[in-house]
Write a protein that binds this ligand. Structure first.
Ligand code: RIB
Length: 299
């Protein structure tokens, strides 16, 4: 069983030809509200790929909270550990341009309450977890606590260090896999280049897998850099692609794949997700990933 802990946001997304400059107004091409939040997105990714998932997160006591809970339940995420708190729900104001790139302003709302105390009082969720997925959009005290509970139980922990911030040795030693992108790894590690940065991270405990979007992904294999080429697709909206990657990576590992196979599976799922609008709404089913691999073999 996979457990995901983290943020849940209502994503208020404006699609536009280009981003406005300071003081400028531009016309949007479309607007939509989606369920988002790095944690909730990862939980949806796992569920859509057909695996059971328990989600630990917080929503506010507002209509966004109703929308978020319903969205998660509708795609089969177990929300019985999601609590409602007397505040606003997390909101992400997102702009997406014609290249599928995004800019995000995040208002944490209820997510800011997922601290050590809240995690300790939700201990039951970790009992049957084989894998725990974490990100950095909720308080670090809660993330450290969850990693400690997981480590003590022998649960494998996958940390997506997004949004990037300096991480303590105390946290890193509890992590089995860490999946930064190229910008994030330079912020959370030491070293002049990617290979040094990966080596530094791995000296702290976790196995590092660097997500490089349309450039693919990297791991260190027998001390040398191994690159995985990305699948070529036309990106419409890259929001949540990293979350989709982590969900699929965990699903594949939990089914017995090694890191290389899990990385390819995750890259395929993320490639499909960027061809559609929205974060979690764009994530693929197991069948879609299988069909994608078949199409890639033929072309
Ligand atoms: O990773 C994408 C997510 O980041 C969005 O869904 C948004 O909510 C922000 O948290």
């Amino acid at each position: 069983m996979i457990v995901v802990m983290g943020s849940v946001n209502a994503d208020l997304v404006s699609f536009t030809k280009r981003f406005p400059k300071v003081g400028e107004t531009v016309s949007g091409k479309d607007f939509a509200m989606f369920q988002g939040g790095k944690g909730a997105n990862q939980a949806v990714g796992v569920s859509k790929l057909g695996e059971e998932v328990n989600f630990l997160g917080l929503v506010g006591n507002d209509t966004f909270g109703d929308f978020l809970l319903k969205s998660l339940k509708d795609v089969g995420v177990n929300t019985s550990f999601v609590k409602r708190v007397e505040t606003k729900s997390g909101i992400a104001s997102i702009w997406v341009n014609e290249e599928g790139e995004n800019s995000i302003i995040l208002s944490a709302g209820a997510n800011a309450h997922l601290d050590e105390e809240m995690v300790s009082s939700s201990g039951k969720i970790f009992e049957k977890a084989d894998y725990l997925l974490l990100q950095l959009e909720t308080p670090l005290s809660g993330i450290v606590k969850a990693s400690e509970i997981a480590k003590a139980r022998g649960t494998k922990v996958i940390l997506d260090p997004a949004p990037a911030m300096k991480l303590s040795a105390e946290l890193l030693k509890n992590i089995d896999y860490i999946t930064p992108n190229e910008v994030e790894i330079s912020l959370i590690s030491e070293g002049e280049d990617l290979i040094e940065q990966i080596k530094w991270l791995e000296s702290q405990g976790p196995k590092a897998l660097v997500k490089a979007g349309s450039n693919g992904a990297y791991i260190l294999k027998a001390g040398k850099m191994k690159k995985f080429d990305a699948f070529k697709v036309k990106a419409v909206d890259t929001t949540g692609a990293g979350d989709c990657f982590n969900a699929a990576f965990a699903v594949s590992l939990s089914r017995g794949a090694d890191i290389e196979e899990a990385c390819r599976f995750a890259m395929a799922a993320a490639a499909i997700s960027v061809t559609r609008k929205g974060a979690a709404t764009s994530f693929p089913s197991q069948e879609e990933v299988e069909k994608f691999f078949e199409r890639m073999k033929e072309s």
